[in-house]
Design a protein around this ligand. Structure first.
Ligand code: SUG
Length: 463
């Protein structure tokens, strides 16, 4: 079956800011309190997505969430009109204003876990929105993500968009950031590699094995997702993240490994038991030739992994006009500035046959919150019929790119400080922009503040 990888990138929202909200995410902790540029962040994200579209890849976008979200603050006890709610939260509980204002939904790799139709028992493409319940600010994303995915993947005969797993520690789920699919080519049945930080056997945080930073993904969540998607158990491996890596600031597995078709690029400290994990992956891989390229700790230590985000590159298959195929690594520009990280890239290109080159992209604003190129996208392997069945106007062609850049330039602030989050004008600007965006993307009334959405479609969560 011929299928392609389609990337859905999260459009960065109007409140993009640095609030230091994610323990164990070193970049987020380091940049907390600094001024941000929502406009630059959004333009960088769109430019990255457009470069992939220009390579001939199918590229889509997902809408930002409504932020600041005063309904979140109301549910936490603040009352009055919108301005009063924002003002009281800013004075009495700035931490809550921060969680109600985060633009963290931009990292679409955390939006859901995906199984293409070729891997599922009912022949449909399955998506499980992540509950992201580990972090207070991210736990509010699941309701709107579910609604947005149900608009885009609306055809229930082809797509199943599940409810998020229950938002409780044994089902902590961070989405595709901890999942890689390997296959001879996208359209072939694949091997699912699910990676978790919290083993099913751990009865409390004390038994997770980390000493400095928390582990997020629970093995039970990964197993439940594999089960509900109907993936073949013989083609699924569940491997533990290395607690040493989590303690080194590697909070998601996609910050230390990336796979595409028959290539897996990873660091030797990605998994708790490297050799055992690679043996299991090789044994279950449904093809003849799997290229596993391991970067050693003496080539690049964990600090450099966390600083450069080498492994948060996208590895994509590019088809040339003559039908030839070759893989390209889409790496953050921080890798290019590091002699040691770029040496690893050179060795990777030299030694792994299918990989033809590297392209560097600048997503600095996102990187400062711990999100590289791969964090910004949700990848979905799709057949031509499935692609034709997508709802909305989310495909980033030249026309939509021009429209979105114009939209950002009209509505986004160039600079934002934490105090600005309480500015009622920012809430108005955000709603005006999102209202326009929902029409641009042809998604109908999708936001809670748009009356039709709140009347006809009660939100599953506060969003
Ligand atoms: O969950 N940062 C995100 C970064 C997510 C990166 N995604 C992947 N690796 N796939 C997180 O830690 C920081 C927000 C702040 O501090 O303002 C934040 O949520």
């Amino acid at each position: 079956m011929h299928a392609r990888e389609v990337n859905f990138d999260g459009i960065v929202g109007l409140t993009h800011n640095f609030a230091g909200l994610s323990p164990g995410n070193i970049a987020s902790e380091r940049h907390g309190g600094q001024r941000s540029s929502p406009r630059q962040a959004a333009l960088q994200g769109l430019a990255k997505a457009k470069r992939l579209a220009d390579l001939g890849l199918e590229q889509h976008v997902l809408p930002p969430h409504e932020r600041p979200n005063v309904e979140i603050l109301r549910s936490l006890g603040f009352s009055g009109d919108d301005a009063a709610v924002l003002g009281a939260a800013a004075r009495e509980a700035p931490d809550l204003l921060a969680i109600a204002s985060s633009a963290s939904a931009m990292w679409a790799a955390n939006a859901a876990t995906v199984s293409p139709s070729v891997d599922s028992s009912d022949g449909r493409l399955h998506l499980s929105p992540a509950n992201l319940a580990f972090n207070a600010h991210r736990g509010f994303e699941a309701g709107f993500v579910t609604r947005a995915l149900r608009r885009v993947f609306a055809d229930a005969s082809r797509f199943a968009v599940h409810d998020p797993l229950p938002a409780t520690p044994i089902y902590f789920d961070e989405g595709a950031a901890n999942h890689t699919r390997l296959a001879p080519s996208h359209g072939d049945p694949g091997l699912q590699v699910y990676c978790y930080g919290r083993p099913a056997s751990a009865r409390s945080d004390l038994q997770v094995g980390t000493t400095r930073f928390p582990a997020r993904q629970n093995e039970k969540a990964s197993r439940a997702i594999a089960r509900r998607h109907g993936v073949d158990v013989d083609r699924a491996v569940f491997v533990q993240q290395n607690p040493e890596a989590i303690d080194g600031g590697i909070f998601h597995n996609d910050v230390i490994s990336v796979g595409n078709e028959n290539v897996l690029l990873l660091h030797e400290l990605a998994y708790a038991h490297h050799d055992k994990a690679i043996d299991a992956i090789r044994a279950a891989y449904p093809g003849d030739e799997l290229h596993v390229f391991t970067v050693r700790a003496d080539e690049l230590d964990l600090d450099e992994v966390a600083q450069t985000y080498l492994f948060n590159s996208q590895l994509v298959t590019v088809e040339a006009a003559d039908g030839g195929r070759s893989m390209l690594l889409i790496a953050p520009s921080d890798v290019e500035r590091s002699a040691r990280a770029s040496a690893c890239v050179e060795r990777f290109i030299e030694e792994v046959g299918p990989v033809g080159g590297v392209m560097y992209v600048d997503v600095r604003e996102s990187m400062k919150n711990g999100g590289g190129p791969a964090c910004l996208r949700l990848r979905v392997v799709m057949t031509a019929d499935e692609r034709a069945a997508l709802g909305g106007r989310t495909r980033l062609d030249d026309g939509l790119y021009v429209d979105l850049v114009g939209w950002v330039e009209r509505h986004y602030r160039d600079e934002l400080s934490f105090a600005d989050l309480a500015d009622p004008a920012l809430l108005d600007e955000s709603r005006t922009a999102l209202d326009e965006l929902s029409r641009l993307l042809d998604l109908g009334s999708i936001y809670g503040f748009q009356s039709e959405a709140s009347v006809s479609e009660p939100a599953r969560s506060l969003d």
